[in-house]
Design a binder for this molecule. Structure first.
Ligand code: NAP
Length: 268
């Protein structure tokens, strides 16, 4: 079955590559591409915007007028925009694949409430490789447990707005759960000055921003005499976009509820 896909934020770094990924898929069709209300890019061919040549679909700035033309919305924008889109999708029974990161606690709560009405597939990282890493981290943390210091390092391009990355935080959640800790209690976000000796139960995060890094993540399990490191490096946003399109296809067969990429890949 061909799934009809709407892409939100068509002019974004992810929006453009999502348009390309849908276009390349044999089982998905791009039927809506939105830009910000009043954008100068309104009415532009979505394929030309994405740099892949004309695809015969013009951008629109009002998703509410397009609800009959798509099955699933893929949204990699900003928290406020994603929340507004979620309200619309819930009112119209449309599933959502959400890649947006940086939600506040109250925004996240408001977003998750829509799982009662529609299928929400939410992931801080839609790449297959990162989701495999989540599984590997769970195994490593269970085996190594309290015998190691755990540190999470992430690096992204200079334009990224939030830190640490949503993926790094998801890694932290996996590590905390596997070791029986509460991430809110044990996370240390950066260090400066007289920090004192390291508490073994903490999970440290280090952030680098610069250049055009698509997304690097390394988790180090540091013991006396040896260390294990699990690293993922994204070299193209296509890794996220391909995963998001796969999630959109998977979501069409699901009831209302909250899902993530582990569900899509059957890695739970
Ligand atoms: P970006 O280049 O800044 O793109 C964001 C897009 O959202 C822009 O096109 C922007 O429009 C649009 N937008 C913002 N507010 C809007 C509104 N109210 N209505 C309509 N469109 C609106 O950012 P990006 O690098 O593509 O990243 C987008 C999000 O995806 C971030 O949260 C990032 O962390 C996340 N991300 C997630 C994954 C994953 O796998 N989960 C991977 C990569 C990125 P304008 O161009 O008009 O400003």
């Amino acid at each position: 079955m061909t799934v009809r896909i709407a892409v939100a934020g068509a002019n974004g770094r992810m929006g453009k590559i999502l348009i390309e990924a849908v276009h390349l898929s044999d089982t998905a069709e791009l039927t809506v591409a939105t830009v910000r209300a009043g954008s100068s890019l309104l009415g532009v061919d979505a394929g030309e915007l994405a740099g892949i040549g004309k695809v015969g679909l013009l951008t629109c700035d009002d998703l509410s007028t397009q609800c009959d033309t798509f099955d699933v919305l893929i949204d990699f924008t900003l928290p406020e925009a994603t929340l507004a889109n979620a309200q619309l999708c819930a009112a119209n029974g449309k599933g959502m694949v959400i890649g947006t990161t940086g939600f506040s606690a109250s925004q996240k709560e408001a977003l998750l409430a829509y799982q009662k009405t529609i299928g929400l597939c939410l992931a801080s990282n839609f790449s297959t490789g990162v989701n495999l890493c989540f599984k590997l981290l769970d195994v490593a943390a269970r085996v190594l447990g309290d015998d190691v210091d755990i540190e999470v390092y992430e690096a992204h391009h200079r334009h990224k707005l939030d830190a640490p990355s949503g993926t790094a935080l998801s890694m932290g959640e996996v590590l905390a759960k596997a070791t029986g800790r509460d991430l809110d209690q044990v996370a240390v976000y950066g260090r400066e000055g007289q920090t004192g000796a390291r508490d073994r139960k903490t999970i440290g995060f280090a952030t680098v921003r610069g250049g055009d890094i698509v997304g690097d993540h390394t988790v180090s399990f540091l013991a006396d005499g040896e260390r294990v490191e699990i690293t993922h490096k994204a070299t193209s946003r296509m890794a996220f976009a391909r995963g998001a399109v796969r999630a959109a296809q998977w979501l069409t067969g699901q009831p209302a509820g909250l899902f993530d990429m582990q569900d899509v890949l059957n890695l739970q």
